[in-house]
Design a protein around this ligand. Structure first.
Ligand code: ATP
Ligand code: MG
Length: 449
């Protein structure tokens, strides 16, 4: 049920912010993207207020390099669009202006008021307290209260380069403390994704959570069931492709939140704790963090393949027990695992497809039927499939010999390759003549008959 009643929170009295002048903080314009500066200055020169806000201010204060720059202003979205030719307005739930500079997007948000009734359908609140739409505009001293954590609620003023702190964020950053603004139970209910954001920032920044911010994590996980699968996918990317995937994973499991996102994976982990599913998953997460640290590309497909590997194996064994032949059992198990997973976290098809290809390559990689070896090597996903095989070996699966074989084979001379293929054991029944009938086609999946 949707109503436009205000959430039951106390009307806030105006609070005087602490203003930290330029001389007393370390944020230098040298560390702010030129595009962000351009947006800030153009807004200011047009007579609007313009602040850098959110993660970029936090990261600059911490001496870290911001991932992106968000701007807050009193200009309305349409007014922002009027100032920039390269500007698009996006979002219904939360209307924003995106100013494009090549690949860089500066996100410009108009100040929001937090707990007002007015605005017609501009603010829509669910019965359970979730805010579905939030387009009631306001002033900076209203905007600050709808932000999530104190560390994320600091404003850098382009007018005089000061930092504006209404919530004690500067002190919390200095103390390495993650603290939700306002009443945590209310704030988590308004937007349960904040549960995941708490975990993400704790992992990424290495902050300790304030006890009041932390306690609800253990009990409110259920609220995540109301979040759309596509929003959960975005959040999953930030948790696992943000450079601190291992810590994020450990924290999610600690608070019982992982099972909300990946119920089948949780079940497989619970069943074989200490065994290879956990190892493989942690290896994949470590791998991702390492690659990001080295500025190498990463894909959610590889992680998805690792996450669902144990559930797929488990399900395939069940299908085999029901007398499905192995290849068919594997196929059915993959279909099951993926369709169940995307109902919760909407992983786009291009990634689920690639995860399938990685899985399908495991059989020929492991078993190396001589006639399929070259075809396997030429497969467009060979590299990902091979990396996955290596990871399985590292996680303790009995595929070390095969992994080492491929490591050598890839770089071997043609002569050596021929020798290596000749030395492979013939697959069981592989030499048998097919009597009559058509030859079975292998299809495009690299899977041997
Ligand atoms: P990152 O470094 O990952 O970009 P960030 O803090 O900038 O972290 P964003 O998701 O980019 O996070 O959001 C920008 C800012 O908008 C946040 O710092 C916070 O002030 C506010 N914000 C974003 N999402 C929420 C939310 N769900 N609830 C309240 N405030 C939010
Ligand atoms: Mg950001």
């Amino acid at each position: 049920m949707i109503s436009s009643a205000p959430p039951a929170s106390v009307e806030r009295l105006p609070v005087a912010p602490r203003i930290i002048p330029r001389a007393e903080h370390n944020i230098s314009r040298d560390n702010i993207s030129e595009h962000a500066l351009k947006v800030l200055y153009r807004l200011r020169n047009a007579g609007y207020q313009a602040y850098l806000v959110g993660g970029s201010v936090r990261d600059l204060l911490l001496g870290r390099e911001p991932k992106d720059f968000d701007v807050a202003t009193n200009a309305l979205p349409e007014q922002v669009r009027g100032l920039f030719r390269n500007c698009r307005l996006i979002g219904r739930r939360f209307r924003l202006a995106h100013v494009h500079f090549g690949p860089e997007i500066i996100e410009v948000a108009t100040f929001r008021a937090h707990a007002h009734a007015g605005g017609g359908d501009a603010r829509v609140v669910e019965e359970d307290g979730r805010i579905l739409r939030d387009n009631v505009y306001g002033t900076i001293d209203e905007d600050v209260w709808r932000r999530d954590f104190t560390a994320n609620a600091l404003y850098y003023n382009i007018e005089d380069f000061s930092v504006v702190d209404y919530v004690g964020g500067v002190a919390d950053i200095a103390a390495g403390r993650l603290r939700l603004i306002g009443d945590p139970l209310v704030r988590y209910r308004e937007d349960p994704v904040r549960l995941l954001r708490a975990v993400r920032f704790a992992a990424k920044l290495g902050f300790r959570m304030h006890p009041d911010t932390e306690a609800p994590l253990h009990v409110l996980g259920e609220l995540l069931d109301a979040i759309s699968p596509s929003r959960l996918f975005e959040e999953m990317l930030k948790l696992f492709l943000g450079g601190t995937a291992v810590q994020s994973f450990e924290l999610l499991r600690h608070y019982g939140l992982f099972s909300r996102l990946f119920p089948d994976v949780e079940e497989a982990l619970a069943e074989e704790e200490g065994g290879f599913p956990k190892m493989l998953l942690v290896k994949a997460l470590e791998n991702t963090d390492r690659r990001l640290a080295e500025d190498k590309p990463v894909t959610p497909a590889f992680l998805l393949a690792a996450l669902l590997w144990a559930p797929v194996q488990r399900r395939a064994r069940q299908y085999q027990a029901q007398d499905h032949p192995p290849a068919q059992a594997a196929q059915l198990a993959q279909d099951d695992a993926i369709s169940r997973q995307i109902a919760r976290v909407a992983v786009p098809r291009r990634f689920t497809q690639m995860a399938r290809e990685i899985w399908l390559l495991q059989h020929p990689l492991e078993n190396r039927p001589p006639r399929a070896v070259l075809r396997t090597l030429m497969h467009p996903r060979f590299r990902a499939g091979y990396d996955f095989l290596l990871m399985r070996a590292e996680a303790g699966e009995a595929v070390r010999e095969a992994a080492d074989w491929w490591t050598e084979f890839q770089d071997a001379s043609e002569g050596r390759r021929a020798e290596m293929i000749a030395a492979l054991p013939k697959p069981p029944g592989g030499g048998r003549k097919r009597r009559g009938g058509r030859r079975r086609r292998h299809g495009g999946q690299g899977a041997p008959a």
